[in-house]
Design a protein around this ligand. Structure first.
Ligand code: P1T
Length: 388
């Protein structure tokens, strides 16, 4: 058959389309059908069936999971109902008394889950600046089970050295868990640096079209994958088949979209950095980023996410309300450009002193640069800036 089920030897643009995909056996349909069913009929009682109930397994979801695993270069993919459900799926590997070392600047909702849900269940957290590996090493305890990071972080675009942190985590008998939502596997594949679990909010770049909430995990280790699947079937945070299908459809164009996001992101970041109306610009692709060398080593592109300091909450408010193409909205990673103020939106649930400490000021504006014509985007920013 011309079809290539194991696309692992191919380059990423090919993997995005072919990894784990095979024609549907009855009709040859090139896209997997949306298996919109909750259960599967069993021929006899007690037979060993491949599919018995759709919380446990669904062929549409599995097509997505194989593709996601192929993109990250991992053996196992698991899809979830949201990015936070995927994160919770990892955290439920833990028991009361276990400890996690985590980057302090994560998505606000992740921080809220750690501080306000999991802490109540007896899991403890140390919040560190993972740009500095010594802070991670010093926070490790005998009961540390996970080192949890985002790189680049939301919204400060901080990086951590994945290879170094994998070494520290493993030395302490812990797993390195990496939220790769911002970078995407097109730009960065954490498993290649020794990470154990890769997390995605597929809501963002992987789906890419701002029309689904979804999440995913990728791991290499077989027992770890089995443990995660056990937690998921026991707790229930699965995506429906229609959403799984939409994410898979989006992922097929990941490479072309990410090339455009990377290019537009860099152009917008350069423009912001040269413009007198803005203070600090946070973008790992700029040589002025303090971790540009690490970015160049660990990433193949720098995404469409850019944060910029406007100096005051009042200026930030006026700016985000005056753009026309950049829509004022939560979320990121879709084809259309979005703009927001993290302190009042995505990170409102983080304690104000913690926010200020990390640089998430009231004047910080986050841009998700879409794939529109970049000259139109620059004109939009320029017009919004006039009269600030
Ligand atoms: O929204 P959900 O699919 O549950 O994903 C949560 C999540 C996880 N990880 C990262 C890095 C994220 O940015 C998010 C969600 N973020 C936003 C909604 C946002 O606007 O930043």
């Amino acid at each position: 058959m011309a079809h290539d089920h194991d696309a692992s030897r191919h380059r990423i643009a090919t993997r995005a389309i072919h990894a784990g995909q095979s024609p549907e056996p009855v009709t040859g349909a090139i896209m997997p059908p949306i298996f919109q069913t909750s259960t599967y009929v069993q021929a006899e009682l007690g037979a060993d069936v491949r599919y018995d109930y759709a919380r446990v397994s669904n062929p549409t979801r599995e097509a997505l999971e194989r593709n996601l695993a192929g993109l990250e270069g991992g053996r196992h993919g698991l899809a979830y109902a949201s990015g936070l459900a995927a994160i919770e799926g990892v955290m439920k590997l833990l028991s009361a008394g276990d400890h996690v070392v985590t980057e302090e600047n994560t998505y606000g909702g992740t921080n809220r889950m750690f501080n306000h849900v999991l802490s109540r269940l007896g899991i403890t957290f140390s919040f560190v600046d993972s740009r500095d590996p010594d802070q991670v090493r010093d926070a490790m305890r005998p009961e540390t089970k996970l080192v949890y990071v985002e790189t680049p972080t939301n919204p400060m675009m901080r990086l951590c050295d994945l290879e170094v942190l994998a070494g520290i985590a493993h030395e302490g008998g812990a797993l390195l868990v990496v939220d790769n939502t911002f970078a995407t596997p097109f730009n960065q594949r954490p498993l290649e640096f020794g990470a154990d679990v890769v997390i995605h909010s597929t809501t963002k770049y992987l789906n890419g079209h701002s029309d689904v909430i979804g999440g995913g995990l990728v791991v290499n280790d077989d027992p770890l994958a089995a443990d995660l699947a056990f937690v998921r079937k026991s707790t229930g945070a699965v995506p429906g088949p229609m959403d799984a299908w939409l994410v898979l459809r989006g992922m097929k164009t990941l490479a072309v979209r990410m090339r455009a996001h990377n290019e537009n992101g860099l152009t917008v970041a350069r423009w912001l950095a040269e413009h007198p109306g803005f203070e600090a610009v946070h973008y790992p692709g700029l040589p002025s980023h303090p971790q540009h060398a690490l970015a160049a080593r660990q990433m193949e592109g720098f995404t469409g996410m850019v944060s910029v300091e406007l100096g005051s909450g009042e200026r930030a408010k006026r700016f985000v309300e005056r753009t026309r193409l950049f829509a004022l909205a939560e979320s990121l990673g879709g084809v259309e450009s979005l703009i927001g103020v993290p302190a009042l939106m995505t990170h409102a649930s983080v304690a104000p002193d913690r926010r200020a400490f990390m640089g998430v000021t009231d004047g910080l504006v986050r841009l998700s640069v879409g794939i529109e014509d970049v000259d139109d985007l620059l004109e939009d920013l320029e017009a919004a800036l006039k009269g600030l």
